[in-house]
Design a protein around this ligand. Structure first.
Ligand code: ADP
Ligand code: MG
Length: 317
């Protein structure tokens, strides 16, 4: 199977028909064309998953697709953007149907679930690597940024944290319990918080998605905003499944583990009190922004404030 046959067989079939309102031209030409509606900004981000680094050799191709699209799309949610389309740069060791068919199926499912249409891509031979660039739009000038948190803001997170990190212990075996299966689902099928992100436009002063761990990602907001924070670790939301599977280490996973793709946001205290239940219900307040730099973690287990995952940091740094 040649390159073009491969593209046609697996990917062009999932691309939308040309002539959409926003994705005007999809794959098949030299470029795709996206039309950005008047009064909106284009927001885009690219992410790469490398076999052996971001997922183990032999990892389910469907889940590679869900994780690649989900992790990239989560960055759109963190900016408050509405998803539009994505491109896919795929590097494959060989053109095997056994890998490509389930990968393409997962990609079509995830694209449908996230509202992201395939706009184009690139296909090359080499070590298995999946790069996804996602495009979305936000009301002009209103994207949620990491910069903007001010002293007195409430710090809140969506959903529950630590589940995906806990799932790493079960990746290579059949799930030993219903709880472990729940944790694994969080890892295999990330769910970007698009609705929440959009609802927080004009409300949150800063936002980030939690891909590297709460402490590390909140740290990015604090650095970018030039502020500090106090977080009560007892208020960090943990799922029943995480508590049951991890016991005493559940909180460590929630504070330092990545891959949850929940949102961490800062909201002025007055605004927090009057937030409609439809938005507030998806959030848990865990602390407060203050003026003195650094992250103060109250009631945390005896572990230094974590740094999350950093590809270029060595163990002895
Ligand atoms: P060019 O040589 O002009 O860069 P390519 O030969 O790389 O074009 O790709 C031909 C067309 O197929 C382009 O429209 C491109 O977007 C699309 N394409 C290539 N690989 C993929 C893929 N994996 N998924 C979707 N579309 C793809
Ligand atoms: Mg070309």
């Amino acid at each position: 199977m040649g390159e073009f046959e491969l593209i046609r067989r697996y990917f062009l079939s999932m691309a939308p028909a040309d002539g959409g309102d926003e994705l005007v031209l999809g794959p098949g030409d030299d470029c795709a064309i996206q039309r950005v509606p008047a009064g909106r900004d284009l927001v885009f981000s690219v992410d790469t998953l490398v076999e052996g680094c971001h997922f183990p050799p032999g990892y389910s191709p469907e889940s590679v697709a869900w994780r690649a699209l989900g992790s990239a799309a989560s960055d759109l949610a963190a900016m408050g953007a509405r998803p539009v389309c994505f491109t896919l740069a795929l590097t494959l060791p060989d053109a095997s149907d056994r890998w490509l068919a389930p990968f393409a199926r997962g990609l079509a499912e995830a694209g449908g679930a996230f509202g992201l249409a395939l706009a184009g891509g690139d296909t090359t031979r080499g070590p298995l690597t999946v790069t996804v660039q996602v495009h979305g739009t936000v009301p002009q000038g209103q994207a949620l940024r990491r910069r903007g948190a001010v002293a007195g803001d409430v710090i809140a997170v969506s959903g529950t944290l630590g589940d995906a990190a806990a799932a790493l212990d079960y990746l290579t075996e059949p799930a030993p319990s219903v709880e472990a299966a729940r944790l694994l689902a969080r890892y295999h099928r990330p769910e970007p918080r698009f609705e929440l992100g959009e609802a927080l436009i004009g409300v949150a002063t800063a936002a980030i998605d939690i891909s590297d761990g709460l402490c590390a990602d909140l740290g990015h907001i604090l650095d970018a905003s030039g502020v500090g924070a106090t977080v009560d670790a007892r208020r960090v939301p943990l799922s029943p499944a995480l508590r049951r599977c991890c016991g005493a280490s559940a909180l460590v996973k929630a504070l330092y583990g990545g891959d949850d793709y929940e949102l961490c946001v800062t909201i002025p205290a007055g605004r927090w009190r009057t937030l409609p239940e439809s938005v507030k219900g998806g959030l848990t307040a865990i602390g407060e922004v203050d003026a003195s730099p650094g992250l103060r973690l109250l009631h945390a287990p005896g572990e230094a404030a974590g740094a999350g995952y950093d590809h270029f940091r060595s163990a002895d740094d």
